[in-house]
Design a protein around this ligand. Structure first.
Ligand SMILES: [Zn+2]
Ligand SMILES: [Zn+2]
Ligand SMILES: [Zn+2]
Ligand SMILES: [Zn+2]
Ligand SMILES: [Zn+2]
Length: 317
């Protein structure tokens, strides 16, 4: 779909006589990722009117790659205005251009937000977060349930306490969170549209090992009760288990992430150095024409420099 949108962008207006979009189109609009929603507006006038005229797709706004680096305060303002003050969830993933001012302007206009995800929005300060949460929780029946702010710099223990109080959540450091906060699920935003009434939650805590306020993860192993930040406890990028006792060398990845031996064994590996990419970085696999396997970026670079030697090695395998 993205491809066809791009193709149509240049000839906008030429497909106007195609008539109104079929009914089914309205049904899927609410489920489209933001990027595709914005693309739809470029296809033709009737689709643009359909997207602009339908409030449903705009009630849950998620900005993630590749849009994250382009979204400024003003663009965010325009996008969220489509919800007409009824925004239910806002997820800005690593949107480093968004500032306190931009966030607060959106929050002021949209008091019914129940999920606010702003992890990695490094332009937002702890003070900005607290102001936003105050605005969203200043009535008795406030809706805010979930707050994700890991990756925002300089959040202190006092800030965390303030946020927990505002959310009506008892701070549960040194205890297990229910549901568990799992490292490999940290980017999973599939629950953002859910209406389920979870207990209030916040994705940062005081690490029981180092005392720093940051994302603290639980172990997916039933038998293990380890809990700590990623600096205190190394975890497998794929399955989130702690790497205590795992030898780093025996399961080395082609990216910088840690992999447990079980996951390392399962993943496809570079034909030359035998290191796998985790799923998140699998797009870095370099494919060779007419060859099933792949090379990691490092081996591929070497390949360019030293192609004949490498070719003879991989095709002999
Ligand atoms: Zn720690
Ligand atoms: Zn694993
Ligand atoms: Zn563990
Ligand atoms: Zn390699
Ligand atoms: Zn990786």
């Amino acid at each position: 779909m993205v491809k066809s949108c791009a193709a149509n962008e240049s000839e906008e207006g030429s497909s106007e006589q195609s008539g109104p979009p079929p009914e089914a189109m309205f049904l899927i609009l609410a489920y489209l990722p933001l990027y595709e929603l914005l693309c739809m507006r470029q296809v033709c006038r009737s689709l643009r009117d359909a997207v602009n005229g339908d409030i449903l797709p705009w009630l849950n706004i998620t900005v993630e790659p590749p849009l994250h680096s382009r979204v400024s305060d003003d663009i965010l303002m325009k996008m969220t205005a489509m919800a007409d003050g009824r925004l239910a969830s806002l997820a800005l993933l690593n949107c480093f251009k968004i500032t306190d001012d931009g966030l607060l302007r959106v929050i002021q206009k949209n008091p019914r937000i129940n999920k606010l995800y702003i992890p990695g929005c490094t332009g937002i300060t702890p003070e900005g977060v607290i102001k936003a949460v105050k605005l969203l929780t200043n009535s008795n029946n406030h809706r805010l349930k979930t707050l994700k702010i890991s990756g925002i710099y300089n959040v202190t223990k006092e800030d965390l306490q303030t946020l927990c109080n505002l959310l009506g959540k008892t701070q549960n450091h040194h205890h297990h969170q229910n549901p568990k906060n799992l490292y490999h699920k940290r980017r999973d935003i599939s629950k953002i549209r859910g209406e389920e009434e979870d207990d209030p939650s916040i994705d940062i805590d005081e690490c029981p090992k180092c005392g720093e306020v940051r994302a603290v993860f639980d172990c997916p192993r039933e038998s293990c009760s380890c809990r700590g930040c990623i600096i205190c406890i190394r975890r497998c990028e794929e399955c989130g288990v702690c790497m205590v006792g795992e030898e780093e060398e025996q399961s080395e990845a082609a990216c910088a992430d840690d992999l447990c031996l079980g996951c390392w064994l399962k993943l496809p590996k570079c034909s030359f150095c035998n290191r796998p990419y985790c799923h998140q970085h699998s797009n870095q696999q370099c494919r060779l024409p007419g060859y099933e396997g792949f090379l990691c970026v490092i081996c591929n670079d070497n390949f360019v420099q030293n192609s004949s030697r490498l070719l003879s090695i991989i095709y002999m395998k």
